[in-house]
Design a protein around this ligand. Structure first.
Ligand code: MG
Length: 290
């Protein structure tokens, strides 16, 4: 199933997207639940409960999609340098404060987080901040946790994956480099476009799908998630070793080669650009830069 969150006639809604992507059938839920997007649905399913009743369908063209999880319950977990070619690209860019000399490929997964308030939906503007002009895009397959847990083994991890969505892990490269960590420069307001909806794991094989990113129609990133250095089970095993995971937790799995700082000179985002991320089996996420 595909679960979308949206606004319709100034009200928040959550619903099932039709197979032909032409309509969305809203769930009959309280306003407070609808404000949380798909979060309530993921939690209900994790408890073994049925989906809420459905209301008459709306044309997808008549609603405004928002992020499927517009208010994640806590920070978004992200993975740095998780594709081989991108790890070399980033280490060679001069912006990587995490790398020792000669250490391009990490021995263990590198995690950081983005604040939940950085999330915006499809079509929403990525706002150029006054404090940086080194703004970059990162197309990422993103895992949504269904059943939570702690100490989840790699062998059992995929049973805890509810499904997937797309995140553009927008980054202020100068802040990432200067402050010797990745949280600040990746958590600016509007720096986490998410969408267009959540897709359940039975409809999308995130372990081998294609990720592409276009800036103003120019293909910049084009890779398979089969090329991840640390696969989804390893990421879940590592995260959950010390941190209890909960339904609706969000894990952005890293970006492939082709980010702006990989070019010489760098191709930073600027006002007027449009960034489009596509992942086969999920859809596309497009955001203008303002
Ligand atoms: Mg990233």
């Amino acid at each position: 199933m595909k679960i979308a969150a949206f606004h319709y006639q100034a009200q928040a809604g959550v619903g099932l997207v039709s197979a032909d992507l032409q309509s969305v059938q809203p769930f009959d839920m309280s306003p407070a639940e609808r404000e949380l997007g798909a979060q309530t649905i993921i939690e209900r399913l994790a408890r073994g409960e049925a989906l809420p009743p459905l209301l008459p369908a709306l044309a997808l063209a008549d609603v405004k999609l928002t992020a499927p999880l517009p208010k994640p319950r806590r920070n978004i977990f992200c993975v740095g340098k998780n594709y081989f070619a991108h790890a070399r690209e980033f280490s060679g860019s001069g912006f990587d404060s995490s790398a020792q000399a000669g250490e391009d490929i990490p021995a263990d997964p590198i995690f950081f987080t983005k604040v939940p308030e950085s999330v915006v939906g499809p079509g929403a503007a990525i706002e150029m901040p006054a404090v940086s002009s080194a703004i970059d895009y990162e197309a990422e397959l993103t895992v949504i946790i269904g059943r939570g847990g702690k100490g989840i083994t790699a062998k059992d991890a995929m049973a805890h994956v509810w499904g997937y969505t797309i995140i553009n892990d927008v980054t202020a490269r100068d802040w990432q480099s200067r402050h010797k960590q990745w949280h600040l420069g990746k958590s600016f307001d509007t720096f986490c476009p998410m969408g267009p909806w959540l897709v359940s794991a039975d409809e999308c094989d995130g372990t081998k799908t294609a990720v592409r990113c276009y800036v103003n129609g120019e293909l910049r990133q084009n890779a398979s998630t089969a090329d991840l250095i640390f696969d989804i089970p390893k990421l879940i095993e590592t995260l959950s070793a010390g941190i209890t995971l909960y339904p609706g937790d969000v894990i952005a799995t890293g970006t492939p080669v082709g980010v702006g700082i990989g070019f010489k000179p760098p191709k930073y985002l600027k006002a007027g650009d449009v960034v489009r991320v596509e992942i086969d089996g999920i859809g596309s996420l497009e955001n203008p830069v303002h």
